[in-house]
Design a protein around this ligand. Structure first.
Ligand code: ADP
Ligand code: MG
Length: 698
């Protein structure tokens, strides 16, 4: 197979393959299950399983696995081979409908946040037929949901599917009011842009911090960073280009629509964007993309860093979640239409998002909160931790005119009367793109930019889908009973703008003045760290909303709250221990060795002639020995704080102590070690520097 169209999707059991390999009856009942969620009976499942197995075996698979997304944030799989003993002592390859539909992995080692009692180790995986099975290596992977014995979701996919359902239900109510009786389904679509760094494997292997934590914990600023902006969209280096080539091929075989690739702002930083698709498939595919990026990198003696902030002082990596709503009849609900009526509908969906983001800022922020992402959000890098929406000047002016009944000063310079006047088309204005906004309207979709590069996109989309479903629910409740629909619609949009316009901000989100205005004048939340953001999950209004839409049960939310906090504590704990280890075993001995060489030079000079100057050596010796003492002292201090951390009981207390005490101590230790690096001869420094790592891949 040579051309892309020939091999695209060749490792996916997609609808083309289903049609080719299943009888018409089986194919149609499977399609019904996929489209309508009807129950699949066992005879159909058996036929599907047999066809899948034959296809997989022909493509070199020997095993199958239920592929799922536990709350660790990565994917999990337990492989079983297809082999079954045959009476003649040989084996045959078998796979039953039961094995396809349901699995029972031992769930005891996956985090459950208290959802599963220790005596109940079983968890169940259940086939999600809306996401196609695929082959990875020698394994047939079956995308599944993962739940406890009691039926509670232990994964990210189940709540995601529920949130899509909630959004579908409420959107349909609204569309009915606009006369779209033919629309049967509304789906949230996502195109996640994925940023990452590539570093040389041999250099990576010399850095314990990268190995244990995915980011550098030490490292002085190199003479050159990203200040020249010469990397962004720059020529792709041969090793990187070879990696990207291979990566595309692997992704295309898996039916992943990898579309755009380019260098990012920081040296060694790159981006990959797929073509958008249904949210749950986009989520599965993004998880796969991250996994395959790492595998393909290894083949090229590279390491793909997905951490949000692998290097201090240069940009970190995020994931832009491009999100829109579309109908099964092919309408994008965020595209402004041709007629005044379509525009009213567009504006209603638009203000539904404005209201959702304003009302549920806390949930959106919590959905992207991790120890790694804290280095981006709310640190000296974008986007800020304060959530606001960028709508652009044109759209903001239209909303203003609706709110105030004043003339709209756009093309037509007249009053905007909804349902009567046509709006101009909102083509994306490239000159007016605001990269500093955490949540931007970009012509016909919203771009939520706060996600960390290693995050699963599930959480952010669960919150976004459900919060918008809630706005639409309230809107539908109000409009369904209205005697004069047009008037009620106009009043509702106007009222929504008035109430929620504080969340709209078109200026520079990095500006300190904005943070002050946002928090002091507009009352927006500024949740700078994970321990600040996670409690939003269990705030009463937020929980009630998520439960009302049946996206989470109370215990499911509480379990996520606990797991996220616990993860934060574990991650920083590993970082702190790694720092102390590197300081003691690598940095201090290296600086000492260099000092000792300087001492020998001084001694030798003196032995030759007491008059030979050795000011240079003495000055350095003095400086470095002082630094050595400080590094040692600050390592002690950090270690003592870690001992104290171990005595703490409650998770929230532990997380707060990490935020307020451990992390500042880590920063202090790093500062002196980095200073020592700038004064120590290169050949003594024990691991590759920032310059080596950032510019080492040719
Ligand atoms: P950039 O933001 O880097 O300029 P684009 O805006 O062109 O890039 O596209 C970024 C991502 O947005 C891509 O993954 C693309 O598929 C996705 N995208 C485009 N249109 C939509 C849409 N209507 N809904 C969701 N995602 C979309
Ligand atoms: Mg973008």
């Amino acid at each position: 197979m040579t051309t892309v169209p020939e091999y695209f999707g060749s490792l996916v059991f997609d609808s083309r393959m289903m049609k080719a390999r299943l009888s018409a009856d089986v194919y149609h009942s499977l399609k019904r299950t996929i489209q309508k969620g009807t129950k699949l009976d066992l005879s159909v499942a058996n036929a599907v399983a047999a066809a899948m197995k034959d296809w997989a075996v022909e493509n070199g698979a020997t095993h199958f696995t239920h592929w799922f997304q536990p709350l660790t944030g990565v994917t999990a799989e337990k492989h079983d081979s297809f082999i079954t003993p045959a009476p003649d002592g040989r084996v045959i390859m078998e796979f039953s409908g039961k094995e396809l539909i349901k699995g029972e992995p031992d769930a005891s080692s996956f985090p459950s946040g208290g959802l599963r009692a220790t005596f109940e180790a079983r968890g169940y995986t259940a086939w999600d037929p809306t996401s196609y099975a695929f082959i990875k290596g020698k394994t047939l992977c079956i995308p599944t949901a993962f739940c406890s014995y009691g039926g509670e979701a232990l994964d990210k996919k189940t709540p995601l599917l529920r949130s899509m359902e909630a959004l579908n239900k409420q959107s349909l109510r609204i569309l009915k009011l606009f006369g779209h009786d033919n629309v049967k389904r509304v789906c949230a679509c996502v195109g996640p842009e994925q940023e990452y760094f590539l570093v040389d494997k041999a250099m990576y292997d010399k850095r314990k911090d990268l190995i244990y934590t995915g980011r550098t914990l030490f490292g002085a600023k190199p003479p050159k960073g990203q200040e020249l902006d010469d990397h962004y969209f720059g020529t792709i280096k041969p090793r990187v280009a070879a990696f990207m080539d291979d990566l595309n091929t692997e992704l295309w075989k898996l039916g992943i629509l990898a579309k755009t690739e380019h260098n990012e702002v920081a040296p060694a930083q790159h981006e990959l964007a797929p073509i958008y698709t249904t949210t749950n498939i986009a989520t599965d595919q993004n998880q796969l993309t991250m996994e395959i990026m790492q595998k393909v990198a290894a083949k090229h003696d590279l390491v793909c860093l997905l951490h949000e902030k692998p290097f201090a002082g240069v940009n970190g990596s995020g994931k832009h979640n491009n999100w829109s709503l579309s109908t099964d009849t092919g309408i994008n609900l965020f595209a402004s239409g041709e007629t005044p009526y379509e525009n009213a509908q567009f504006l209603l969906f638009l203000v539904a998002v404005v209201q959702a983001v304003d009302d549920y800022q806390g949930l959106l922020r919590a959905a992207v909160a991790t120890a790694g992402n804290d280095h981006r959000l709310g640190a000296n890098e974008a986007p800020p931790a304060v959530i606001s929406i960028f709508l652009g000047d044109e759209l903001t002016a239209i909303l203003d005119s609706i709110e105030n009944d004043t003339p709209y000063n756009g093309v037509e310079k007249k009053k905007m009367k909804l349902g009567v006047d046509a709006l101009p088309r909102f083509t994306r204005d490239n000159t007016d793109r605001n990269r500093t906004s955490p949540f931007a309207f970009t012509g016909n979709k919203f771009e939520f930019r706060m996600l960390g590069s290693s995050n699963s996109i599930a959480c952010a989309n669960i919150m976004l889908n459900t919060a918008v479903a809630e706005s639409l629910r309230l809107f539908a409740d109000e409009l369904e009973g209205a005697s004069d629909f047009n008037k009620a619609l106009h009043d509702l949009i106007k009222k929504t703008i008035k109430t929620h316009k504080r969340i709209i901000f078109n200026g520079n989100g990095y500006d300190d003045a904005w943070i002050k205005e946002a928090t002091e004048e507009r009352g927006l939340l500024n949740l700078r760290t994970t321990p600040d953001a996670i409690p939003m999950l269990i705030q009463k209004d937020n929980m009630d909303m998520l439960m009302a839409h049946k996206v989470y049960t109370e215990s499911e939310i509480r379990s996520r709250h606990e797991i996220l906090l616990e993860n934060y504590c574990k991650v920083v704990r590993i970082e702190a221990l790694t720092m102390a280890d590197m300081a003691r075993k690598e940095i201090l001995p290296a600086v000492e060795a260099y000092v000792s060489s300087l001492v020998s030079v001084t001694t030798a000079k003196k032995a030759l002639d007491a008059e030979i100057p050795s000011n240079y050596e003495q000055k350095l010796i003095k400086c470095l020995t002082t630094l050595v003492d400080t590094i040692d002292h600050r390592t002690d201090v950090l270690e003592q704080a870690m001992v104290k951390l171990d005595t703490m009981g409650a998770l929230a207390e532990e997380a707060a102590f990490i935020r307020d005490d451990i992390i500042p101590k880590m920063c202090e230790l790093r500062a002196v070690a980095d200073e020592a690096e700038t004064l120590t001869a290169a050949k003594y420094w024990p691991f590759p520097t920032y310059g080596d790592l950032l510019f080492g891949v040719k």
